[in-house]
Design a binder for this molecule. Structure first.
Ligand code: HEM
Length: 167
């Protein structure tokens, strides 16, 4: 039995035209860029994110410059433990104005973390030299290191804390 393809019928002609068109699109894909870059997932992958993700700059802070990030004066919230500054904005529930650990926001939280206390006395006034933590017991230092590990796994390290007169 022989298979004959007749171009005589309109259906076959349309089919052949479609196949030729598809092959042509595959062999010579359009080089022209779309007028507007897609930024949302609709029928395929996005080319670009809708907005640039926030960038975090590693900076040197002092107790005075860190204070701004106390959860009230700026949308970003930061705290420091043993000289490492963490951006804890993602933990706003903990460190925001009504958060259980709001005292730590914008401050050096080392002593409170070491002694497992969020009392206000744990904080060094921001116009004084950094807490040297020299009186801490080994188990308190260990406790503080545990918190540093927790924070390093959860938040972004965004700077270091130095004395007010160091910069
Ligand atoms: C009344 C006793 C306390 C209770 C019931 C309590 C409860 C909690 C709870 C439920 C969490 C969330 C855990 C999670 O989701 O991973 C948490 C986290 C935390 N707690 Fe406490 N806590 C208490 C005392 C303290 C004290 C005295 C400190 C002082 C240093 C402290 C510091 C923290 C910190 C730093 C976090 C981690 C927050 C974060 O991941 O950003 N807690 N606590």
């Amino acid at each position: 039995m022989t298979l004959s393809l007749s171009l005589g019928t309109p259906v076959n002609t349309a089919l052949l035209a479609y196949i030729l068109y598809s092959v042509q699109k595959l062999v010579f894909p359009s080089a022209s860029a779309p007028k507007k870059l897609p930024t949302e997932f609709k029928n395929g992958y996005s080319w670009m994110p809708k907005s640039h993700p926030p960038t975090v700059l590693f900076q040197t802070y002092t107790p005075k410059t860190l204070q701004k990030y106390n959860g009230i004066d700026d949308p970003r919230i930061m705290l420091s433990i043993n000289g490492i500054v963490f951006d804890v904005t993602a933990g706003r529930n903990f460190y925001g104005p009504n958060g259980m650990y709001g005292n730590f926001a914008g401050h050096d939280a080392s002593r409170g973390m070491a002694k497992q206390s969020f009392d206000i006395e744990m904080l060094t006034p921001i116009d004084q030299p950094l807490d040297k933590l020299q009186d801490l017991r080994p188990d308190e230092i260990e406790n503080m290191r545990g918190w540093i590990e927790h924070f390093s796994n959860k938040y972004i390290v965004c700077g270091r804390l130095v004395d007010n007169d160091a910069i």
